[in-house]
Each structure stands twice: as structure tokens, then as C-alpha cells.
Design a protein around this ligand. Structure first.
Ligand SMILES: NC(=O)c1ccc[n+]([C@@H]2O[C@H](COP(=O)([O-])OP(=O)(O)OC[C@H]3O[C@@H](n4cnc5c(N)ncnc54)[C@H](O)[C@@H]3O)[C@@H](O)[C@H]2O)c1
Ligand SMILES: N[C@H](CO)Cc1c[nH]c[nH+]1
Ligand SMILES: [Zn+2]
Length: 433
């Protein structure tokens, strides 16, 4: 019998208990921080040698040099040619759907001209070189190759450097085939904090990138957090999460399996059910206990549900919405009669899956939206990985002589108000007599 935390919004300490279960600190502690900090510093100092050592240690490999960890493009192409036609078709279909969706996100440059001839606008450009983190510790993620690379390509990033751990030296053929389909430029069989560090700081072999994107476990998420500023990052896309809001009228087996679908990623993953019907919560518990026995990843699912899972009894559906908005989950399933109406009340979620027929799992692979999503309540201020993450904006200002004179007068007054006389005089030179 799995012991999953149960909370009721009528409990006097409900919000405190919920906060504790959601906290970043519940999956990360000083030990993780110190380990990652040490790895980042060491890779920065010793480059390839440190990356090789950490890879041998954490991924149980025995390579002698970094060059052994680069996977040649010909090897990716060979994988694409050797996988089954079903696998190839599924990867290509998923890639095509992601591309169609991503094309809607493309930002374009814009400008307008004022009456005196002054032009103002915004010029959008793609990043030069991006690092794609593809997880690979406890499962292989060909889908994450596509999710990272497709929007980058749509944005027009010229150079994509992919990293993926290959524990025990086992390379996943679908991951390589997905990399071939996505036209990534270089692939290194490295993972964890050492891979993030190699991308962020560059080594003799791994080129330094401008931004590191992609999901990963707590070590990867912590490393991305810490290299931010040296490079850009997309978001904190850490251990997976699902929150299911159910009105009690969906098949409880479906809900149990939806909760498992994220719990099976990682012991640190988090699955939450929010429901106003106490009897239904009991039915889902029964389904969980029966179905978990059939799961190949039973141990990971059980640990995740036991340590981080929560079954929340709310009093009303309005309260369910309030709880969901507070949690700001990576994935929110609205398994209710009126999902589209309820979705209008959702303000914080990485992705919203509407209706009893929309399993979160289709979003993980092929619906079209990206599966790289903010976790640990960061959906309050972060968005799904998208084309916009691979683009940046420069402001454009082109003053006409008349515009320079008009704006120069305003700037002069404000600059003198700030006591910045060079600013004032620079603007004043352009004021017409
Ligand atoms: N939020 C998202 O968008 C999203 C999408 C897909 C997957 N995920 C998550 O990505 C994660 C994938 O995790 P994973 O472990 O399978 O692969 P991973 O590639 O993220 O992590 C594996 C690496 O972690 C490092 N590591 C493991 N134990 C360590 C230790 N004790 N000390 C130092 N480093 C250590 C190793 O370097 C190893 O190569 C899961 O948590 C999954 O839920 C999130
Ligand atoms: N659920 C993950 C995002 O949290 C994505 C994924 C990939 N493969 C299966 N699932
Ligand atoms: Zn998943």
C-alpha cells in the first residue's frame, strides 16, 4: 500500500504543508548546491580533463579524452538509417508537428516612422550558437532532442551543440536519429553539471555557447541556474510535475496512470491530484495501488509518489482553481466537464491539457507545443521553450534632423536634472538654432 500524502483545504495548516511539499528545497539541498558548484569551478579551471573525469565517474564510463566523447555526424545519420521505419516515421511526424506549431511563435522585426521622419523599431535576430541539453540519466529522451532543436532551427540559429549523457557508454539510437532529423551540428556524450559547465565556459573541445536550453534533473537545473549570466538560459526545467484537477467523473485508472506518467521520470518528480470528491480520491488510491504493480518503473514511481505526491481534497472547483494557480505546475490536466471555461481562470501553468481525453503524455511527444516547461512554481514567471527563446531584440532609433532637435531639448533637461552634463551637451549639439 503506497503511502501518499493527503491534504484537505479545511486543514488549518493546509497552505504551510503544501508550501513545504512544493519547495525547491524539497528536492535540492546544500549537498546538491555544493556538488554542482565544485563541478562548475573545476570545469572552468581544467576544461576537458575535468569533463572527462566527471563523465567517467557519474556516467560509469572509461574514456581517456574528450575527443572520444564526440559523436560524429555520420554516426547520427547511420542511426537514422538503421532504426525501424515505425520509429523513423514517428520521429518525423512529431518533428513536423513541432515545426508547424513553432512557426506560429516566430517574432518579426518591426518599425514605424514618426511625422518628423524619425524611425523607431525593434530588430529581431537569432542567437549565434546554442547548447541543447538532452537528458539521459534514467531514461533516453529522443523527444527532448526534437523539442530543443526544432524551435532553434525555426528561429534560424546557425549552430546547435547538443549534449546528452550516455550512462555505461550506452548510446540510444533514437536519440541519435532525432539529432540527425534536427540537423544539430555537434553532439557530445556528456551530461549533468559538467556538460552545462562545458557549454557555458567552453573547453578546448566543446565550443562556448551563448545560451544553454533544455530539461534535466536537479543537478542540471541547479547548474543552469548557476551559469546564468555567463550565458543565457531558457528557464528552470527540472524534475517533471503534473497536477490533475478532476471533478470525480473520469475513469480513476486514467487519472492514476496520468499521475504515474510524470512520477516515472524521476524520484524527484511530483504528481498531484486535486479533487472535490472524497470517494473519487479513494478510487484513485485503489487504482494507484493496483496499477503500480504492473509498472516496469515501479520503484521510481513509488518513491516519487511517496515522497512528493499529494492528493488534495478541495471543497469546490473554484478552490481547485485557486490551488492550481498557487502551485503553478509544469503540466496541468483539467479532467472536468467544462475544461475550456476553467482554463480561462488558470493564470499559472507551463501547459494546460483540457478535457478527459487529453492525456498529458501526448504533449510530451507529438501534440505540437514544447515539452520543455518551467517547474518548481516557476511557471509564475516563465513560459514553455519556444522560438522566442532563440531570438533576441535590438531597439532601433534613427533620428531625423528635426527629431534630433525635438528630442534633444527633452533629453537636455532630463540630463541636466540628473547632473550628467556630457549627456546634455551631446544632445544639445543637435538642437536647431
Ligand atoms: N521540465 C521539463 O521540461 C522536463 C522535460 C523532460 C525531462 N525532465 C526531467 O529531466 C530529468 C532527467 O533526469 P535524468 O537523471 O534521467 O537525466 P539527466 O541527463 O538530467 O541527468 C543525468 C546526469 O546527472 C548527473 N548526476 C546524477 N547523479 C549525480 C550525483 N549524485 N552527483 C552529481 N551529478 C549527478 C550525472 O552527470 C548524469 O550524467 C528528470 O528529472 C525529468 O523529470 C524535465
Ligand atoms: N514529461 C517530460 C517533461 O516534464 C517530457 C517527456 C519526454 N518524454 C516523456 N516525457
Ligand atoms: Zn513525461
Amino acid at each position: 500500500m503506497l503511502n501518499i500524502t493527503e491534504l484537505n483545504t479545511t486543514d488549518s495548516d493546509f497552505w504551510t504543508k503544501l508550501q513545504d511539499l512544493l519547495a525547491w528545497e524539497s528536492v535540492s539541498d546544500d549537498a546538491v548546491f555544493n556538488t554542482v558548484n565544485g563541478i562548475l569551478k573545476d570545469v572552468r579551471k581544467r576544461g576537458d580533463a575535468a569533463v572527462v573525469e566527471y563523465t567517467n565517474r557519474f556516467d560509469r564510463m572509461s574514456v581517456g579524452s574528450m575527443t572520444e566523447l564526440e559523436i560524429p555526424l555520420a554516426r547520427l545519420q547511420a542511426a537514422l538509417e538503421n532504426i525501424t521505419p515505425e520509429h523513423r516515421a514517428a520521429l518525423e511526424q512529431a518533428a513536423a508537428r513541432l515545426k508547424s506549431y513553432a512557426e506560429h511563435q516566430l517574432l518579426n522585426s518591426w518599425s514605424y516612422t514618426e511625422a518628423d521622419g524619425t524611425l523607431l523599431g525593434q530588430q529581431v535576430t537569432a542567437l549565434d550558437r546554442v547548447g541543447l541539453y538532452v537528458p539521459g540519466g534514467k531514461a533516453a529522451y529522443p523527444s527532448s532532442v526534437l523539442m530543443n532543436a526544432v524551435p532553434a532551427k525555426v528561429a534560424g540559429v546557425p549552430e546547435l551543440i547538443m549534449v546528452v549523457p550516455t550512462p555505461d557508454g550506452e548510446v540510444n539510437e533514437l536519440v541519435l536519429a532525432a539529432a540527425a532529423i534536427s540537423n544539430v551540428d555537434r553532439v557530445f556524450a556528456i551530461g549533468g553539471a559538467q556538460a552545462v559547465a562545458a557549454l557555458a565556459y567552453g573547453t578546448a573541445t566543446v565550443p562556448q555557447v551563448d545560451k544553454v536550453v533544455g530539461p534535466g534533473n536537479i543537478y542540471v537545473a541547479t547548474a543552469k541556474r548557476m551559469v546564468y549570466g555567463t550565458v543565457g538560459i531558457d528557464m528552470i526545467a527540472g524534475p517533471s510535475e503534473i497536477l490533475v484537477v478532476c471533478d470525480g467523473k473520469t475513469n480513476p485508472d486514467w487519472i492514476a496512470m496520468d499521475l504515474f506518467s510524470q512520477a516515472e521520470h524521476d524520484e524527484d518528480a511530483q504528481s498531484i491530484l486535486v479533487c472535490p470528491d472524497a470517494t473519487f480520491i479513494e478510487q484513485v488510491k485503489a487504482s494507484i495501488n493496483r496499477l503500480v504493480e504492473e509498472m516496469p518503473r515501479k520503484e521510481i514511481i513509488s518513491t516519487s509518489l511517496r515522497n512528493r505526491g499529494v492528493l488534495i481534497h478541495v471543497q469546490t472547483m473554484d478552490e481547485a482553481v485557486k490551488v492550481a494557480n498557487y502551485i503553478a505546475p509544469e503540466h496541468l490536466e483539467l479532467s472536468v466537464a467544462n475544461p475550456r471555461e476553467m482554463a480561462t481562470q488558470i493564470r499559472h501553468a507551463g501547459a494546460i491539457f483540457m478535457g478527459r481525453y487529453t492525456a498529458e503524455a501526448v504533449g510530451d511527444y507529438c501534440a505540437g507545443p514544447n515539452h520543455v516547461l518551467p517547474t518548481s512554481r516557476t511557471a509564475r514567471f516563465s513560459s514553455p521553450l519556444g522560438v522566442y527563446d532563440f531570438q533576441k531584440r535590438s531597439s532601433l532609433i534613427d533620428c531625423s534632423a528635426e527629431g534630433a532637435s525635438t528630442l534633444g531639448k527633452i533629453a537636455s533637461i532630463l540630463a541636466r536634472g540628473e547632473g550628467l552634463i556630457a549627456h546634455a551637451r551631446s544632445a544639445e549639439y543637435r538642437i536647431k538654432d
